[in-house]
Design a binder for this molecule. Sequence first.
Ligand code: 5AD
Ligand code: SF4
Length: 491
Amino acid sequence: MAKESVDYSKYFTAPNLKKARKRYREDVQVLDFEQIPEDMRNIGNGQSYLIKTYGCQMNEHDTETIAGILNQMGYTATEDENEADVILFNTCAIRENAEDKVFGELGRLKPLKLEKPDLILGVCGCMSQEEAVVNRILHKYPHVDLIFGTHNIHRVPYLLKEALFSKEMVVEVWSKEGDVVENMPKARSNKLKAWVNIMYGCDKFCTYCIVPYTRGKERSRLPHDVLGEVRELARLGYREVTLLGQNVNAYGKDFKDMDYRFAHLMDDIRKIDIPRVRFTTSHPRDFDDHLIDVLAKGGNLVEHIHLPVQSGNSRVLKRMARKYTRDEYLTLVDKIKKAMPHAVLTTDIIVGFPGETDEEFEDTLSLVREVEFDSAFTFIYSPREGTPSAKWEDNIPHEVKKERLHRLNELQDSISRRKNEQLRGQVVEVLVEGESKKNREVLSGRTRSNKLVNFPGPRDLVGQLVNVRITEPQTWTLKGELVPEERVEAL
Ligand code: 5AD
Ligand code: SF4
């Protein structure tokens, strides 16, 4: 293959983490997605694509946008990689193991590409924003045809066309985030539940986190665009929306000419006739009293709050630049529990952050015991090149990190189990999502608090809200039976 020796300059816009770190003053523009040019509209006729998605819900939703664009170019989706004419990896950079998986997959697909030279193999998402990744692909995976970044999704028609007609690897990654692009097509993967971006980017710069670099500065979508999208989803019969942002509580902070924040947005969404509204992810620092007041009104705003704590020790939190202390976090939790006694809290925790002592880790365990989260995502610290903490000595032996993770998970599992046990015999409201993966006689759905419930019932209940009595709580799921009762006793 000629790819190693060509001059990339014509096609190449390289990522640059230093540039991505800068926060520029100029205003963000809200642009409309440009209609797909005539000559690209049928490019994919008779061809199919497969997008493999890694990481968070933001990525899942980006995949829906890319799929929407590809559909408008005439492509159809396939699940079979041997049949696909375009295979894209929508990647995650948050931890090293997420990246390793993608490199493994790229290596695995090399024979397929050699066998089918017309296959377009592309990499997009957060990994594309890292120069080290792009360099590695350029040098070690020259069978890749296309790399584009998180700010370049609206450019997919052009980039794909270029990849189809050029022999060189096409790389377009803008490190300085672009504008907010509205009205991009979306191929939503679920008929009942939809994701809605409310903002992009993150300005928090926690010292371990790559996201502010890969996703750029905080940019909020305008309220009428968000509300319009939610209204449209309600009209189309969607039963649930999840509002997405890396830090949803910072929504509206970047508006210069209006005082309209996340609490205002939630208060307006509350009035839209859609049964359930969720949001993710929250930063404790920006979680204000106004928001708690609005969430406490309930209705379609569900009582589930994902509130990443990361550590239970104030010194570690300081080194992480989380901008709150253990006590401040606990005070916030208290306020939420007082205003919403049935609130279900979940969290993210990192163990083995540089310099974390046994004693500091014990504080995380004690915080978990005190708050009693219903569930937690727990991670071993993974240094990310370009972030401040990556320069600090990663001085906790891997065995110790694993041991801490294990102890934390054992504790959390026991709490999750105990919390679920409290639901035994109680009636909960379930949005029926489909048949259970394990048993087709059984339906599966979620409570307002996002717990998975399996129960026997007829298929035509899919899409409906039903009442289920919990008969067999387990650590991660609940088993139950349909009941005619009107009254819901728990969440
Ligand atoms: N190492 C381990 N976990 C991380 N997270 C973010 N960055 C890292 C990292 N470098 C975790 C945080 C965050 C979640 C999405 O991923 O807990 O909340
Ligand atoms: Fe990363 Fe912190 Fe922003 Fe979350 S708030 S995306 S952990 S920098």
